[in-house]
Design a protein. Structure first.
Length: 261
């Protein structure tokens, strides 16, 4: 991390890496580049084309999720051909599956993966996705990874969350056609009502406690080109408003009474 230049934010600038080579990924709605970087790691890299707000919303949601207790892959600012891009470290050893019988949800339903260990984290991710209006949490956007004891879930991909939906955020619940809702209802049908309300409440409490100064720090970690000053001011004003607190309450109550499921 480098220190800000004179006239910039007093906060530290986010960690950056340089690409050595990249290949274009395929098979998703917002395919990233997969880049080998000078720190020896590979990253899923997304730039500002065709969506100028994409690097910001990926970085912002990952960092905000970190403060709210959501586990995501390590993130970096990736410099590629002179452009500042968003990078999410490529996760290996995950239960993505190469065919229907290998998918993590199929293996969990068969008992090969202990779903009870996944349910608390899935509950946290649901609450956070509703807050940032993530409409694209399909089943492969949950990274299920083997640990020393059982498996864990890691959240990835916020390309259709936060500013992608306009700002201020649309009201909740999400539309029934959203991939997030379709995937959630599939899991509910497969595993029953697995949502742990205490975990939902934990995330909502964390979101309530996050101060606007912390939001400003996340914004100042990012390259200035990722966000206009007017949009930055809009975000800070909204974070300090009663609307933000009301949305958190709607998430908590909507999951509890089922209106957001």
């Amino acid at each position: 991390m480098g220190k800000a230049k004179v006239g910039q934010s007093p906060y530290l600038i986010g960690i950056s890496v340089e690409t050595l080579w990249c290949v274009q990924s395929t098979g998703t709605a917002d395919p990233p580049m997969i880049c080998r970087c000078d720190d020896g790691s590979e990253y899923a890299v997304k730039g500002a084309i065709p969506n100028p707000s994409l690097p910001h919303q990926e970085y912002f949601c990952a960092r905000l999720g970190e403060l709210a207790g959501i586990n995501s892959p390590p993130i970096r600012i990736v410099k590629n051909n002179g452009q500042d891009c968003f990078g999410s470290r490529w996760e290996s050893g995950v239960e993505t599956g190469t065919g229907p019988v290998d998918f993590w949800w199929v293996r969990a339903h068969a008992g090969d993966i202990d779903f009870s260990l996944l349910a608390p984290t899935l509950s946290r991710i649901l609450a956070f996705d509703l807050f940032v209006h993530n409409v694209d949490r399909h089943l492969r956007n949950y990274i299920v990874r083997k640990q020393n004891f059982g498996h864990t879930v890691i959240a990835m991909d916020y390309s259709q969350a936060w500013l992608w939906n306009g700002f201020p955020l649309p009201p909740i619940p999400l539309h029934s056609s959203a991939k997030t809702v379709i995937a959630l209802r599939f899991l509910l049908k497969l595993f029953g009502h697995f949502i742990v309300q205490a975990q939902v409440e934990h995330v909502c409490k964390k979101l309530t406690e996050i101060k606007s100064s912390q939001i400003l720090q996340i914004i100042h970690e990012q390259p200035a080109s990722w966000l206009t000053k007017s949009r930055k001011d809009d975000i800070i004003s909204w974070w300090e408003s009663a609307d933000r607190l009301a949305r958190i309450k709607q998430v908590e109550e909507g999951i509890k009474n089922g209106s957001c499921l």
